[in-house]
Design a protein around this ligand. Structure first.
Ligand SMILES: [Zn+2]
Length: 465
């Protein structure tokens, strides 16, 4: 058996690994590389290490774009195999890829406009809606905790990864000639005790382990204090009739916030104020959550039995129409507006920020990771002047940042998960999906708990097993 690490190798984006067994090729994830435009353009367009037509099948860990976003291009370039993932991932992927195709088309339109002026040849989008439709035909859902024989070579079993809805840790049983090899792939690993989703489920017996390492060297704040922090923000908003603007990812973070606010309302620790979710994608993703209660933890199921819908209550309104979104400007506070994108780089959140950042009475609540140079990061850093739609604004609203809502396991949690693997059998661990420094720190910690032979593969690096 051979393992090649193609994407998310010493970086956090473009997850893609190739397994070769008895001369057959399989992929784990087929993510979009997200980074500087020029590098991303080349890396996503060309599958440098293999011919897509020769890949037997794809095993997908979850529906984040950096894990599934290049599937339509894989299909466009000849891939005809099946794509295995959990049922919730399949449903979510449909929304994510359609949204991604739309972005690809818009993006290339913008690039081509400039190239046309310069008399240069025009580019095609990486993929279009039709490619997404073709890709969706190939999906084959496999339920959690169900053994599924893909072919003579591989049997898979998905267990909860607790990262986003549908996310899975994959356990592969591989027949390689007379040998049987057990391989574990973490995908992205979530955190115990996060709202809504079941906790990451351990897999015990593996010979080889591929683990993410995003926060390999860092620990998050504890999740337990989150309700108090959110209730405090509501009470503050009530006291001064403030508008609270919350940039949030459409997948996961928005639903977590809605569910937390619902619980806070029912518990009576804060006043009930109007809450708006202003993002069509967030609304649609919430629909997928409602269809997959099999992913919910016991607390959420109990809450559902008592209050019916965790993602719907009297004070909450989902907004679709642009006109309704604009109308929020004229409504008085207190209120909360949850909108995308999470890093405040695009989407309706920009309008709400523009209309509210200069009022010191208002609050901007930051609840997610924001990459360097994004507007979200500038707000977290409380830069006095920020640019929105090319215009300068004074950041006078109060900025409140909560660090505990990450969907990625932190250093302790990654270490604890690896501890649950039976280290006596474990021959080698590969760290992927992390910046090199974080990976080195995690490697040290894993050695301390007795894991042997830890590799941090480079892009394209091959391991014979
Ligand atoms: Zn992810």
């Amino acid at each position: 058996m051979r393992l090649q690490f193609i994407g998310a190798a010493r970086t956090v984006t473009g997850s893609m690994h190739r397994l070769t067994i008895n001369n057959k090729d399989y992929l784990l994830d087929c993510g979009l590389y997200q980074g500087k435009r020029k590098i991303a353009f080349e890396m996503n367009r060309n599958f440098e290490f293999f011919d897509p037509a020769k890949i037997e099948c794809l095993i997908l860990s979850h529906a984040h774009i950096d894990h599934c976003g290049n599937i339509p291009n894989l299909v466009k370039q000849g891939f005809k195999g099946k794509i295995y993932c959990t049922p919730a991932t399949k449903d979510l992927v449909e929304l994510m890829l359609k949204d991604s195709a739309h972005i690809q088309e818009k993006d290339i339109e913008f690039v081509n406009k400039r190239r046309k002026k310069q008399g240069k040849n025009l580019f095609e989008p990486l993929y279009i809606q039709e490619d997404v439709d073709n890709a969706l035909e190939l999906f084959h859902p496999v339920k959690y905790r169900t053994d599924f024989q893909i072919d003579d070579n591989i049997k898979i079993r998905f267990v909860d990864a607790g990262h986003i809805i549908g996310s899975a840790v994959t356990h592969l049983t591989i027949k390689d000639g007379s040998k049987v090899i057990k391989l574990g792939f973490s995908g992205d690993l979530g955190r115990p005790n996060l709202p809504i989703l079941k906790d990451p489920e351990p897999i015990s017996e593996v010979d080889y382990w591929i683990s993410e390492s995003t926060y390999g060297g860092r620990n998050h704040d504890k999740i337990e204090g989150i309700k108090n922090s959110l209730a405090e923000v509501i009470n503050k908003a009530v006291a001064r009739n403030a508008k609270v603007i919350i940039p949030a990812f459409s997948v996961g973070r928005t639903q977590e916030l809605v569910y937390e606010f619902h619980q806070i309302c029912e518990s009576g620790v804060a006043k009930r104020i109007p809450i708006y979710v202003d993002s069509p994608l967030s609304k649609n993703v919430t629909g997928i959550f409602r269809e997959h209660p099999e992913c919910f933890d016991k607390e959420t199921v109990d809450f559902m039995n008592k209050y019916d819908d965790p993602f719907g209550f009297n004070q909450l309104t989902y907004i679709n129409d642009v006109e309704d979104s604009k109308a929020l400007n004229d409504k008085p506070g207190p209120m909360m507006i949850i909108s995308a994108s999470g890093m405040a780089e695009a989407g309706r959140i920009l309008h709400h920020l523009r209309n509210n950042v200069e009022n010191p009475n208002n609050i901007i609540l930051m609840v997610g990771y924001c990459a360097e140079n994004t507007l979200g990061r500038k707000i977290i850093d409380k830069e006095p002047l920020i640019k929105i739609f090319g215009e300068q604004f004074h950041l006078k609203a109060e900025v409140v940042t909560l660090h505990s809502m990450s969907a990625h396991a932190d250093s302790d949690e990654l270490t604890n998960y690896s501890k649950s693997l039976n280290s006596a059998n474990l021959k080698k661990t590969f760290l992927v999906h992390g910046e090199y420094e974080q990976q080195q720190q995690l490697a040290e910690r894993l050695k301390e708990i007795g894991l042997r032979d830890i590799e941090i593969p480079k892009r394209g690096e091959v391991f014979e097993i």
